[in-house]
Design a protein around this ligand. Structure first.
Ligand code: NDP
Ligand code: MG
Length: 383
C-alpha cells in the first residue's frame, strides 16, 4: 500500500529534499497535503507535480494569489490554521514537519492527536515544548521519527537496545562557518560569510545556528527528549568532516557510529521507510578517498551558546522555550543587518536572565513564554 504523506515547509531545504526522495520512489507514496510560506513559484510547481488535495500558505493574500494558478479542486488554507489543516486533517499516515521555528509546535501537536507518525526535522518544536510533544506522542501511540542527521544516526545506532545499555550518546558537530576563527575574529563577520557552511547546504536560519553553535544546543535538547537521556549523558564532539553523523557508547564501552556522506536525503528517507531500508538517490561513502577523519574537544568558551543550551536543558520548563524563541528573533535580526553576529548570543543571554521560569508549563504557558521572549529579544537596543 502507498504511504500517504503530508509536508509542512515543502519549499524549504528539507521540504524540497523530502519531495526529491518521494519523487524517486513514486509508486510507494501519495502526497496528500503540502504547506509552504511565501515561495509561490516553487509551490505552484510542487502542487502541479504532486497533486495534493490540500495546501496552505502563510497569508490570506498569498492564498488568493495561489488560487489563480492551481486546479480548483485543490483546497487552499493559510496561516497557522492552514498548517494545522495540512498537518492533521487529511488521510496522511505520516507528517514531515520541515518548517523552521516554534511555529511548528501547534501543527505537530494536532498531527499527533490525529494519530499521524511524525518525521521531525523541525527541532525547535521539541526544544520549545519537548515534554508536551513526547507525552502526547506516547499517549496517542505515535512515532516521532528523527530527520535531523545526528538524531537519525543515534536512532539507527540504538536500534532497539534498552536505555540501560547506553552509557552516553555523542553528537558530532562540524563547527559551522566560523569553526577556525577566534572569538576576536567574530566581531565584524558579515551575513554572507556566516551563510557559507563548509559541509551542508541548508536554510538560512539553521546555517546561522550552526555558526553560533546554537544548532548543536538545540540538538542536545532534541536528543534529551527523543532518547530520554539526562544531559550528563549527552556529549558533543567537534568533527569537521560531518561523515560520522553521531555515535552511541554502550555499557561495555562498545561504540556504534553511523557514517555517510553529508546528504540529508538519507535520514529523510529512513524516517519515511523505517524500519525498512531502500535505495536513495545519493552517492556511497568512500573512506579510502577521504583518507582521514578528525576530532576535537568542544570548546565551551568559544561557543557559549552551547553551554547555555546545556544549562537551559538541565533547568527545564520554559527555559528552553525562551532560549529558542530569543534565538529565532536574534537570528532574524542578524540576517536583516539589524544586529552583529556576537549580539545573537548576547540577546539570548539577556533574555534568559530576565525570564521567570515556569517548570511544568502547559501549551498556553509555552506560547506565552515564547511570545514574551520574542518581544523582549526584539526590543533590545544595541545602538
Ligand atoms: P528553510 O528555511 O529552507 O525552509 C523553511 C520552510 O518553512 C519553507 O518551506 C518555508 O516556506 C516554510 N515556512 C515559513 N513560514 C511558513 C508559514 N507561516 N507556514 C508554512 N510554511 C512556512 O529551512 P530548512 O529546511 O533548512 O529547515 C527546516 C527545519 O529543519 C528547521 O527546524 C531546521 O532546524 C531543521 N533541519 C534542517 C536541516 C537542513 O539540512 N536544512 C538539517 C536538520 C534539521 P517559504 O520558503 O515558501 O517561505
Ligand atoms: Mg543536525
Amino acid at each position: 500500500m502507498r504511504k500517504k504523506i503530508a509536508v509542512l515547509g515543502s519549499t524549504g531545504s528539507i521540504g524540497t529534499q523530502s519531495l526529491n526522495v518521494i519523487s524517486h520512489d513514486m509508486d510507494r507514496y501519495t502526497v496528500e497535503a503540502l504547506a509552504a510560506g511565501s515561495n509561490l513559484e516553487l509551490f505552484i510547481e510542487q502542487i502541479r507535480q504532486f497533486q495534493p488535495r490540500k495546501v496552505s500558505v502563510a497569508t490570506k493574500e498569498l492564498a488568493e494569489e495561489l488560487a489563480l494558478h492551481i486546479p480548483s479542486y485543490t483546497e487552499i488554507y493559510y496561516g497557522e490554521k492552514g498548517m494545522i489543516e495540512v498537518a492533521a486533517a487529511t488521510d496522511a499516515d505520516l507528517l514531515i514537519n520541515a518548517v523552521m521555528g516554534s511555529q511548528g509546535l501547534r501543527p505537530t501537536m494536532a498531527a499527533i492527536e490525529a494519530g499521524k507518525s511524525i518525521a521531525l526535522a523541525n527541532k525547535e518544536t521539541l526544544v520549545s515544548a519537548g515534554h508536551l510533544v513526547t507525552q502526547a506522542a506516547a499517549k496517542h501511540g505515535v512515532k516521532l521519527l528523527p530527520v535531523d542527521s545526528e538524531h537519525s544516526a543515534i536512532f539507527q545506532c540504538l536500534n532497539g537496545e534498552p536505555k540501560e545499555a547506553v552509557s552516553r550518546i555523542i553528537l558530532t558537530a562540524s563547527g559551522g562557518s566560523f569553526r577556525d576563527r577566534t572569538r576576536e575574529q567574530l566581531a565584524d563577520v558579515t551575513v554572507e560569510e556566516a551563510l557559507k557552511h563548509p559541509n551542508w547546504s541548508m536554510g538560512a536560519k539553521i546555517t546561522i545556528d550552526s555558526a553560533t553553535m546554537v544548532n548543536k544546543g538545540l540538538e542536545v535538547i532534541e536528543a534529551h527528549w527523543l532518547f530520554r537521556l539526562p544531559y550528563d549523558r549527552i556529549e558533543v564532539l567537534l568533527h569537521p568532516e560531518s561523515v560520522i553523523h553521531s555515535m552511541v557508547e554502550f555499557a561495555d564501552n562498545s561504540v556504534i557510529a553511523q557514517l555517510g556522506n553529508p546528504d540529508m536525503r538519507v535520514p529523510i528517507q529512513y524516517a519515511l521507510t523505517y524500519p525498512e531500508r531502500r535505495k536513495t538517490p545519493t552517492t556511497p561513502l568512500n573512506l579510502a578517498e577521504l583518507g582521514r577523519l578528525h576530532f576535537r574537544e568542544m570548546d565551551y568558551e568559544r561557543f557559549p551558546c552551547l553551554r547555555l543550551a546545556f544549562e537551559c536543558g538541565s533547568t527545564g520548563g520554559t527555559m528552553t522555550t525562551v532560549y529558542n524563541a530569543a534565538n529565532e528573533v536574534a537570528v532574524d535580526r542578524f540576517l536583516r543587518g539589524d544586529i552583529k553576529f556576537l549580539q545573537i548570543e548576547e540577546t539570548i543571554e539577556r533574555v534568559l536572565e530576565k525570564h521567570q521560569l515556569s517548570l511544568v508549563p502547559d501549551l498556553d504557558e509555552i506560547q506565552q513564554a515564547d511570545a514574551w521572549a520574542r518581544q523582549t529579544a526584539s526590543s533590545i537596543d544595541f545602538s
